[in-house]
Structure formats: structure tokens, C-alpha cells
Design a binder for this molecule. Structure first.
Ligand SMILES: Cc1cc2nc3c(=O)[nH]c(=O)nc-3n(C[C@H](O)[C@H](O)[C@H](O)COP(=O)(O)OP(=O)(O)OC[C@H]3O[C@@H](n4cnc5c(N)ncnc54)[C@H](O)[C@@H]3O)c2cc1C
Length: 391
């Protein structure tokens, strides 16, 4: 019998498993790896199957800012422990316009935590990044130290490897059901195996409600997202070699600098959440979405926007799209809460920005399931599931 099983070997689950190994022994982390052949895969996918996620301290919501800071501070420890690097300090530039409120709030939350921030006007932005075409009323928030991008695939590998080195058992399988039993919980796996533990933490991201593992419907809202990638070649690659990660306050666009992908090419990536993005509830819908390259309409909208901001990209010949999902909670923060007495808990709901803070959401979840006192700047009530009486 295991002490604690974590279901979901993604960004939050793998972090929780690593943290749990410094609190308890008998930790098992269950989850499938990325499918080698998407088209032939009938199981679950994940929101971290990519090479780049933005990370920084500054965020308009102080709870996201503090969890990012605490996570970023631990990146070196995770990299060293696992031997797997995943963070690149490429810096961050937030671009605002006449409405400065987004950047004002992000700056205030960041400064309160000691983030390395500079406010820039249009001239300042152009001086630092001459390849950007910004209007004269542009407003910029620049974060230098500890900001940039992380490789989410590599971070999950690093967390998993560090947990394994500290004694966790890693099981490459999918959970299909959880049964409360006297003194614990049983987890049935797709392979037919059944594992028993004292407690279970469910960290299955966008697949949580669709898989139906928690004893209650969390009413998570899972939206399909499309990203557009531009292949970097020749002179454009040189021009953009010093690019930061960027956020565009007015449109919500996020843009990652050229990053090397498994096919050996470097790609610059843009994503924008749109109100036309599809919403999913079932495993079949999610499975279908991940097997397809996203929305053609979004591709047609994103490209001119990106070429307007970075005119050098008009020379790029190869563009392609990819799909992913984001998982929204009703609170805008992850749910980290018990859903059946102290035996079953959840840690889900990245709200489109769960990668940067994932280590700290995992830290909180580990402390919750282990039954330790709540000693975190984000209060426990804020991470509860609205209306949940089991927590
Ligand atoms: C296009 C896009 C861009 C993004 N950009 C950023 C960004 O720049 N910065 C940022 O901070 N965040 C970003 N995010 C969000 C971030 O990727 C997610 O918030 C994060 O991956 C959520 O972590 P998670 O652990 O909750 O989910 P996941 O990383 O999806 O992990 C869930 C895991 O659960 C597993 N699983 C599911 N069902 C089962 C089951 N039944 N049994 C066992 N295992 C199961 C899956 O295989 C998966 O490994 C972006 C997301 C998208 C889609």
C-alpha cells in the first residue's frame, strides 16, 4: 500500500510528488507520458506538450505573482537535483497602451516582491528591442532577472526525475477510477492494475472532469487554444535572437522568442485566447482537439497581428499551428482542496498560466494532502472549490 498517490504526471502533479517526497515516504506518481503517435492515441493528452511557457514574477494578481516568485526561486534547485535544465532567462516585456491598468497592477505586485522591473515608454521599448513596431503611446513593463521562458516538457521530466531520485515510484499508466475503501483509497488503472493508498491527489489538468476521477464535478471550463508558430531562418533569426518573452495587454496575446523544437528548427510562437475558442466537456472532444492542429481562423487572425508588431516576420515562409487546452476555474486560481474527507484532494486549474507557478501550486497541494499546517501567503480559502463542503 502506498502512503500517497498523485494522479497526473503534468506540471502541478509532478511538482506535488517531488515536494511530497520531502514530507513522507511511500509516494507514487501515476500518469502517462506524451504519446509518440498523436493520431493513434486514444487516451489523455496534456497542456504541457510544448517547448516554451512564459515565466515571470510580475502579474496583475498578487497571488499569481507570489507563487511564481516562489517557484522561480526553486527552478535552480530542481534543475540541479534532476540534472535537467528547463529555464531560460530571456526577460519579459509587457506591452500596454493608453489603458495602463494591467501593467500598473502587474508592476505593483511585482515590485512588492522585489521583481527586477523597469517601466518603459515607446522610445525605451524601441531602444531595447528595435525589431518591435509599437505605437507612440505604447507603455512597457520590462522584467529582467528571473523572467523568460521554461520548457514545460523538460520541467515535468525534471520534477519527475527529482521525485524518483528521492524515492517516489513512477507509474506510466492512466487512472480510470478511484474507489474510497476503509482506511484509504483504491485507484484502478487502464492496465488493469489496482493500487491502494492512504490518500490520493488528483492533478489531471484539463482532463479532470472528463475523466470523472473526483467524486464531484468541479465544473472546470476547458477551452481549446490555438498557437501559431513561425519558423526562424536566415536574417530574421539573427534579428530576433535577443527577443524577450512578451505579453500584449490589450489583446491578451503572448509571444515567445525563437526556441528550438524537437524537429531541430527554431520557432517563434504566438497565442491569443479568443471568444470563439471551443469549450470541451468530454474525453472524446478533448481527444479529437489534441489530434488536430487548432483553428484556421485563429491562424488568419494571429499572423497579421504578429507581423504588425514584428515586421521582420513578413519574410517568414513557414508557419504552422498547434492545439492545446486551458483549464479555467471559477475563482481564477487553481483549486487545491479536499473533495472527500482527508483522503482525496485535487490540484487543478492552471487558468492559462499555470506553468510558471506550477512548482508552488504543487508545494501547496503536497502540504495539504500531507495534512501539514497551511503556511503560505495565499490563504487556504482562496484555493477552495466554491460550494465544496468536503474540503
Ligand atoms: C497554448 C498554451 C500556452 C500556455 N502558455 C503559458 C505560459 O506562457 N505560461 C504559463 O505559466 N502557463 C501557460 N499555459 C498554461 C500551462 O501550460 C498549464 O496551466 C499547465 O500545463 C497546467 O498544469 P497541470 O499540471 O494542471 O496540467 P497538465 O500539465 O496538462 O498535466 C496534467 C497531467 O494529467 C495527466 N492525466 C490526465 N488524465 C489522467 C488520468 N486519467 N490518469 C493519469 N494521468 C492523467 C495528463 O497526462 C497530464 O500529464 C499555456 C497553456 C496553453 C494551452
Amino acid at each position: 500500500m502506498d502512503r500517497i498517490i498523485v494522479i497526473g504526471r503534468g506540471m502541478i502533479g509532478s511538482a506535488a510528488a517531488r515536494h511530497l517526497t520531502s514530507i513522507n515516504d511511500g509516494i507514487t506518481l501515476i500518469g502517462p507520458g506524451e504519446p509518440a503517435d498523436y493520431a493513434a492515441h486514444d487516451g489523455v493528452f496534456a497542456s504541457h506538450y510544448d517547448e516554451g511557457r512564459m515565466t515571470r514574477i510580475s502579474d496583475p494578481d498578487p497571488d499569481w505573482a507570489v507563487t511564481s516568485k516562489r517557484s522561480i526561486e526553486r527552478y535552480p534547485e530542481i534543475e540541479a537535483e534532476s540534472g535537467i535544465p528547463f529555464f531560460t532567462n530571456s526577460r519579459y516585456l509587457g506591452i500596454g497602451g493608453t489603458d495602463t491598468s494591467f501593467l500598473d497592477r502587474a508592476e505593483a505586485a511585482g515590485r512588492a516582491l522585489g521583481a527586477d522591473l523597469t517601466r518603459l515608454d515607446a522610445q525605451g521599448i524601441r531602444a531595447l528591442y528595435p525589431f518591435l513596431s509599437v505605437p507612440d503611446d505604447a507603455d512597457g513593463l520590462h522584467e529582467d532577472r528571473d523572467a523568460g521562458h521554461l520548457n514545460p516538457r523538460a520541467m515535468v521530466k525534471a520534477q519527475t526525475e527529482a521525485a524518483r531520485k528521492r524515492g517516489a515510484t513512477i507509474v506510466n499508466d492512466r487512472a480510470i477510477a478511484i474507489y474510497p475503501v476503509p482506511g484509504g483509497v483504491e485507484v484502478e488503472l487502464a492496465s488493469g492494475d489496482v493500487r491502494r493508498a492512504e490518500k490520493v491527489l488528483i492533478a489531471t489538468g484539463g482532463f479532470t472532469d472528463a475523466c470523472g476521477l473526483p467524486p464531484l464535478d468541479l465544473k472546470l471550463r476547458v477551452f481549446g487554444r490555438t498557437v501559431l508558430l513561425a519558423r526562424m531562418e536566415g536574417v530574421v533569426a539573427e534579428q530576433l535572437s535577443d527577443m524577450p518573452t512578451m505579453g500584449h495587454a490589450e489583446t491578451g496575446a503572448y509571444i515567445l522568442p525563437p526556441i528550438r523544437y524537437p524537429d531541430g528548427h527554431n520557432y517563434l510562437k504566438i497565442g491569443i485566447g479568443t471568444t470563439d475558442d471551443p469549450e470541451f466537456r468530454s474525453l472524446t472532444e478533448l481527444n479529437h482537439w489534441f489530434k488536430n492542429p487548432g483553428s484556421e481562423e485563429n491562424r488568419d487572425r494571429f499572423r497579421p497581428f504578429l507581423e504588425g508588431l514584428i515586421p521582420a516576420l513578413t519574410g517568414v515562409a513557414h508557419w504552422h499551428t498547434a492545439s492545446c487546452v486551458v483549464t479555467w476555474t471559477a475563482t481564477g486560481l487553481p483549486y487545491i482542496d479536499h473533495v472527500l474527507d482527508n483522503r482525496i484532494a485535487v490540484a487543478v486549474g492552471g487558468n492559462g498560466k499555470g506553468a510558471k507557478s506550477s512548482d508552488d501550486w504543487g508545494w501547496i497541494a503536497a502540504h495539504l494532502v500531507a495534512g501539514l499546517d497551511w503556511e503560505h501567503p495565499v490563504g487556504r480559502a482562496k484555493l477552495g472549490i466554491p460550494g465544496n463542503i468536503a474540503g
